[in-house]
Write a protein of this length. Sequence first.
Lengths: 481, 392
Amino acid sequence: MTIRTLRDYGQHYRPRMACLKNVEVFVVEMQDPKSGVKGADQKLNVTIIPHVINGQDILAWIVTKMKVTTEEAQAFGTMLVAYGYIYPLQNHRKLVLVPDSTLYRFQTPYFWPVQKWPAEDIDYAIYLARRNIRKKGMLEPYEQQHYDNLHKWMNPKWDFIVMQATEQYKANKERKKPDRVVLDCQERAYWIVHRPPRRTHSAMDYGLDRLIDPNAEEVLTFDVVRRTNIFLTQALMRSAVKSSMSLTAFVKFVTTHHNHDPFLTTPVPSNPWITDSDEFWQLNSRSVDIPTKLSVERWVLSFWELISDPRGRVDFKLFLKKEHSAENMAFYEAAEEMRWGAASAIPEKSQFIFNTFLKPGAPRWINIDGRTMGLTVKGLVVPHRYVLDAAQTHIFLLMKKDTFYRYLKSPVHKDMQKRALVPAPHVFTDAQLEANVRNRNPGVSPILQWQQEEEEKAAAAVAARPIDVKAMVATNKLDRK
Amino acid sequence: MNSPPHFICTPFSLMACQGLASGETLKSLKAESETLRKKLEEERKKLHDVELEKVAEKAEALGELNMKTRRTLKGHGNKVLCMDWCKDKRRIVSSSQDGKVIVWDAFTTNKEHAVTMPTTWVMACAYAPSGCAIACGGLDNKCSVYPLSLDKDENLAAKKKSVAMHTNYLSGCTFTNSDMQILTSSGDGTSALWDVESGQLLQSFHGHSADVLTLDLAPSETGNTFVSGGSDKKANVWDLRSGQNVQSFDTHDSDINCVKYYPSGDAFASASDDSTCRLFDLRADREVSIYSKDSIMFGAASVDFSLSGRLLFAGYNDYTINVWDVLKGTRVAILFGHENRVSSLRVSPDGTAFCSGSWDNTLRVRQEGRGVVRELKQGGTTPYLKNIFLFN
């Protein structure tokens, strides 16, 4: 129902219906008297309706023509009905293709869905008024509702509507009975598609209108063209990579991740969605003691994989602690926090980062080259969220190209590889599976987990703060008596 | 008369808006545009030395995939328009046409939270990376962030925060790497980056000539770009920091309904109303593959990759889901079950399942069925579950 509400958002344009063109070609072929679907005359009540086809024939024809399976053909057939190219004769509200002897007819091209012209409210009002004139009380409840609404909104035009309706009613009476019945069916089908009752899935119910007309030609003013030219010049300056190189990279990525993809390799111990046991998630969680072998293998693939996995990051940090170079990771994390954090926290964070990592003699001073350090410190005078980008990239590349490889050779990692679990795949009996369904673990709420992680982070931050010797002496903590 | 840019003018934008210089006409500019385009095409052609099918011959063939619906989430009273997974791999937020946004624990099929928005057609919803908040928006032109609480009786609408403010409907939203920033796309043709706490606009992205229908953030280590697709048939890649449009792809024949990055971040797939899904290579700056079939005539509404990037799941307007082999370009499986359009489709963060939301008011979670002795019956309300949360 396209009633224009008071808050008109300016969305008036129907989205492109790109499928209609191809579907129309298909439907025309379907109707071909020689090679199309065979129709017959059908007796309905007292009248004989010509060119009636049944669901089975339609399905068989689609299967042969498109060379698809029956299920696919049924889905396609249902779409033809949902768009209104074919309409059912009996159960006219359900717009699906039923592959048995249910009767359908082809809709006349006059009533085919068209992209350009929406089904107008005024036509609908005339239609409903005509049905009302023909026999009072023949309107269904949803139609009655529409009728009342239209009567309210189109009150000024109502005389015209009633006049049109009466004229059409009179013209209808002059027609022969079979023609009248067919026309009635066609019109009813049209309006069911374009003004669907509740619980009817009509394909013309496309959602919202668009703001900008998708079918209008883009107006090319001079500045639009200029912008395009600037964009193209920049694109030419940018270097692109050879197809062979980038495509091989895709294949490589797929091959290396093949074993980690649950759709391609059954996960061990079992996929939680299938067996209702969430052991898989528990074994791969952040706080687990010993990770699975698959996880460890994934960490080896690249530095990014290692730090994207929370458990991997924990392991890496452990290694860094042993190497006494934890400040790199800490700086990286602090810089990430600043970049993605709240705007109001930027001055405070930048101050903290400067004091902890960057100033000469800082407790966790990071080792970056002089030029980057100079740029960063200068930028920190007026901090913005991307001020640490240069330093962060430098540290990230350092960790990626140097520290990561040392990690892979380290005893921490090798030890982890040896200890990593290979969980046995679950074998559940039917009874156990049913028990699993009943006892599905609700798990920990992410909110609680987040709070836990925050507390851990705060504790780690306190622990990482340098010990102030003077303060400890002052409070007599170092005194041994 | 074009509207002036709302953001800080870069030198390029200023250059573009200046009046015609002497000797320049619209015709000369258009001619220049043509020559530049031809030159770019030539350059790109030189680098195009092999097709994806050829390179993919090395990859082993896929076995048969047998996917079944494992969970059906019923509870929405109207079309489900959008859904998103939580990082804990089991919770889902979904939004529908009647304004309801529901947070489910898809594993147990419990509804955990429900919010009724004061607007209909909530077309965008997103789960925060921490799992502590959700963002949603639609016809109200705003994106609102609702912090979730452990207290089941608390009225979530009380703590609602209005973050984004557009001049037309919100078509997509996503959190960046933290809870503090949101990226939104709108029907008014722009995308924007917002600071959640203050509601401040951090960066806006202009360049589409029609409604922007979808966006996706890059998963790469630099995390600096995102791609958006619009009703103008273009998919644009933007730099978050500068607001510039870095790459543009316009090979589709109709509106782009959904864009999703490849797991490595070097490519992205798009689903369009012209019934095709396409793969675009960002490094080679070209379209590399088209996923289409003569028997598929209806628009694709949503796409997502599996974890390894081998499979592409696409939901269509003909109520089906097609699964494509990304490398070989063939269709691996077709899934049925929904009774209306599949409006949104996402793979879970660890790739164990994917969820499809449809206009038939339900969401279905599906997974590979190899090695399972029997199929389990699931539903929205089993009598064995404790703690069923009832919401109106």
